[in-house]
Write a protein that binds this ligand. Structure first.
Ligand code: 2P0
Length: 359
C-alpha cells in the first residue's frame, strides 16, 4: 500500500488557536476482527454496520505552545483513566501529524450511550478524535475530503483497530482481502453496495452486563497468536466476508442470519479455546440467544443476534419489524437486561465535523 497520501504537506501557516468538534458513531462487526500483529495490523479482514445513535462527540481546543501537552475531559470532568491509551495513540501518530505537537490541547468528549453500559467507547472515541485532528490538518494543507477521512481512519486504527471502521457508513471493511478492491490493513474503506433492507437495519443492544470485562480486547487479540484454531479461523473470516458482501447486496436475510450468528459464536468460541481460556458471555447472554431462536421459529420475524467482545447482545432486524421486536423484548428479554436497560440503534452514515473555529 502506497502511504504517500498520509504524509503531512503543509501549505499554510498553523492557526494560533482554535476549536474543532466532531461526531463519530460506534460500529458493530458482522465479520469479526479478532487477532492482530504489531502495530495494529489485523490478522483477518472484517466488515461492520456503522451505528447512528451510539456516538461520541469530541472537541479539541488547541493553543500554540513550545511544548505539547494534553488534557482529557469526559462530560466536562477531568478523567485520567484513558490517559495511557491516548498517550500511546499520540506516540503512534506523531510522525503523521507533526502539526499537532505544536499545541497545548484540551480534549472534551461525551458519549450518547450511558457510561458503564458495557458498550465500548473506543471505536467512536478514537474515530471522533482522529477526524478532529485531520480536520485541523485540512486547514493547513491541500488534503481532499476523501483523503481526510482516509487518514482519519488510518489514525483511528492506531488508537483502536475497530475504530478505523467508524468513519464510514453504512458499512465499512477493514483488512486486506485479495478479492476486494482497495481493501487493506492500514485503514478501512466504505462499503455502500447494500440492499435497501439493510440501509436502516435495526440494532437493539440488550445490556446484559455493565461490568468491566475480565479480559480486555487487546489481550484477547493477542491470544490468537498461538491459538490452535487460528489458521482455520482467519480463512473462515475471509470466506464469510465475501459471503457477507454478496448477502448485503442481495438482501438475503436467511443467509445474513446464518453468517452473522455463526461469526458471533465463533468469536466467543475462540475465546473459550484460547490459552488461557475465558468466557465473556453471561447466563443472560445464552438465555437471550435461546429466546431469539424460539421467537424466530414461531414468528415470521427475521430477527438475529450478534455479539461483541462482551456479554451484551445486539439484536439485528429489518426496520419494519421494529414494533414486534420491541414487544418481544419487553415481554421476554427485559428480565435478562441489567436494570432493564437496552439501547435502540440503527445503521448510520459515519463520522462528521459539526463545528470549527480558528484564530
Ligand atoms: C470487532 N472487536 O471486529 C471485534 C469483534 C470485538 C469483537 O475489534 O486492541 O477495541 O483496540 O485494536 O478494536 C474489539 O477490539 O481492539 C474488536 P484494539 P478493539 O469489532
Amino acid at each position: 500500500m502506497n502511504l504517500d497520501k498520509l504524509k503531512y504537506k503543509p501549505v499554510k501557516i498553523l492557526p494560533n488557536l482554535g476549536e474543532i468538534t466532531s461526531v463519530s458513531p460506534s460500529n458493530i462487526a458482522l465479520v469479526k476482527y479478532w487477532g492482530k500483529k504489531p502495530v495494529q495490523i489485523p490478522t483477518n479482514p472484517s466488515i461492520s454496520f456503522t451505528l447512528k445513535n451510539c456516538h461520541t462527540q469530541t472537541s479539541i481546543s488547541f493553543k500554540k505552545s513550545n511544548s505539547f501537552t494534553f488534557d482529557f475531559y469526559i462530560d466536562g470532568k477531568p478523567d485520567t483513566s484513558f490517559i495511557p491509551k491516548i498517550d500511546s495513540f499520540f506516540n503512534r501518530i506523531k510522525d503523521f501529524t507533526p502539526f499537532l505537537f505544536k499545541y497545548q490541547i484540551q480534549i472534551n468528549t461525551k458519549n450518547t450511550f450511558p457510561h458503564s453500559s458495557g458498550i465500548a467507547s473506543s471505536a467512536s472515541g478514537f474515530s471522533a478524535l482522529s477526524l478532529a485532528i485531520t480536520q485541523l490538518e485540512q486547514k493547513i494543507t491541500d488534503i481532499s475530503n476523501e483523503d481526510k477521512f482516509l487518514k482519519a481512519s488510518y489514525l483511528s486504527r492506531l488508537g483502536s483497530g475497530s475504530a478505523s471502521r467508524s468513519l464510514y457508513g453504512p458499512c465499512a471493511i477493514w483488512g486486506h482481502h485479495e478479492d476486494i478492491n482497495n481493501s487493506n490493513n492500514e485503514f478501512a474503506i466504505p462499503h455502500q453496495d447494500i440492499h435497501s433492507v439493510f440501509k436502516n437495519y435495526q440494532d437493539t443492544i440488550l445490556i446484559i452486563d455493565k461490568g468491566v470485562k475480565k479480559v480486555s480486547s487487546t489481550d484477547g487479540h493477542n491470544l490468537m497468536h498461538d491459538h490452535p484454531f487460528s489458521k482455520e479461523r482467519f480463512s473462515q473470516a475471509k470466506k464469510n466476508l465475501k459471503e457477507t458482501i454478496s448477502i448485503l447486496k442481495k438482501g438475503n436475510l436467511e443467509k445474513f442470519i446464518a453468517v452473522t450468528e455463526s461469526e458471533a459464536l465463533t468469536l466467543h468460541a475462540m475465546m473459550m479455546t484460547s490459552n488461557p481460556y475465558f468466557i465473556l458471555m453471561k447466563e443472560g447472554t445464552l438465555s437471550v440467544i435461546e429466546k431469539v431462536w424460539e421467537f424466530r421459529k414461531s414468528s415470521d420475524v427475521p430477527l438475529s443476534f450478534t455479539l461483541d467482545a462482551g456479554a451484551n447482545v445486539h439484536l439485528l432486524y429489518p426496520e419494519k419489524y421494529k414494533q414486534s421486536v420491541l414487544n418481544f423484548i419487553e415481554m421476554e428479554l427485559i428480565v435478562y437486561c441489567e436494570n432493564q436497560q437496552y439501547i435502540c440503534d440503527e445503521v448510520g452514515s459515519g463520522a462528521n465535523i459539526i463545528k470549527e473555529n480558528y484564530a
